[in-house]
Structures are given as C-alpha cells and as structure tokens.
Design a protein around this ligand. Sequence first.
Ligand code: 8DG
Ligand code: MG
Ligand code: MG
Length: 146
Amino acid sequence: NGDPTPVPRVAVVVFLLKGRSLLLGRRRSAVGNATYALPGGHLEFGESFEECAAREVKEETGLDIGKSEFLTVTNNVMLEQPKKCHYVTIFMRSVVGVDVEEEQVPQNLEPNKCDGWEWYEWDHLPHPLFGPLERMVKGGFNPFSS
Ligand code: 8DG
Ligand code: MG
Ligand code: MG
C-alpha cells in the first residue's frame, strides 16, 4: 500500500448481546468488505477500552451502552485485504437488559461504512463473518460463556 510506514493499530469492538443474539453489521470498507462484523473502531489517544467501546457503538448505532467488560484480545494481520492492515483487537461485551437499556433500536448512522445493524442468533450467524470474528468462532470462542 502507499502508506510510508505501516504500523499495527489498536481497535476496540463490542459483542453487544441480547438474549441469544448479538449485533452485527455488514461492512462497506476496504478491509473486510461485505462481511459481517461487530460495532467498533479505533482506540483514540487517552481513551480507556470502555470509553472507546461506548463511543464507537454510539457513533455507529446510536445505542447507549453503560458498562462494558473486557473479554479477550486477538492479533489480526490482514495483508491480503485491498488495504493492508494489522490490528490488535480488543473485544468487549455489553449485555442488553444489564449494561444496556432495552427498547433501544440500533440505527445505521454510518451508512457509508455499514449496510445496517441486525440482531443475529448465535446459532444462526450470517456469513461471511469478518476474518477476525470468523477465526474466533471457528476456534470455539463463545461470547455468551466467557
Ligand atoms: P473510526 O474511524 O470510527 O475509529 O474507525 P472505524 O471506521 O469504525 O473502523 P473499523 O474498520 O470499524 O474498525 C477498525 C478495525 O478494527 C478494523 O479495520 C479491523 C478491526 N476489527 C477486528 N474485528 C472487528 C470487528 O468485528 N468489527 C469492527 N468494526 N472492526 C474490527 O479485528
Ligand atoms: Mg467507527
Ligand atoms: Mg467501525
């Protein structure tokens, strides 16, 4: 790619859980285009993981999440994408009805980046999932029992 010095970046993404479902949106991006991914984005200078999680979810879906908790971190080297990138990805969790008020409806606030947000049952996930998420699921990671 044309960037002079590529570096790893930190991303914070959120497993937003509601019953047996989680919130996914299909990406419109040079990274993982047309794959289903969690809400989230880049950690900004000075932010905590929790602050970043709440900010990104709000910006992208309009949902207000109260608390979120750290689940796990993965290293994602994606050199095959149209835009080569490398992310250290922090996975957080918020549960609707516990950390998030019910009755909030997700909105697609960044339609240039996402086709829309929907709740998907864990046992019937859409495909293709975004690579980093696909690898976790195939590896047996379960956000409901972590
Ligand atoms: P920002 O400008 O709002 O900070 O960034 P963004 O436009 O929201 O970035 P993003 O692509 O949604 O997220 C940043 C990176 O996080 C993404 O390019 C790769 C990494 N990432 C994963 N897994 C996931 C995931 O499930 N969802 C999202 N959104 N990003 C993920 O490794
Ligand atoms: Mg974002
Ligand atoms: Mg995002």
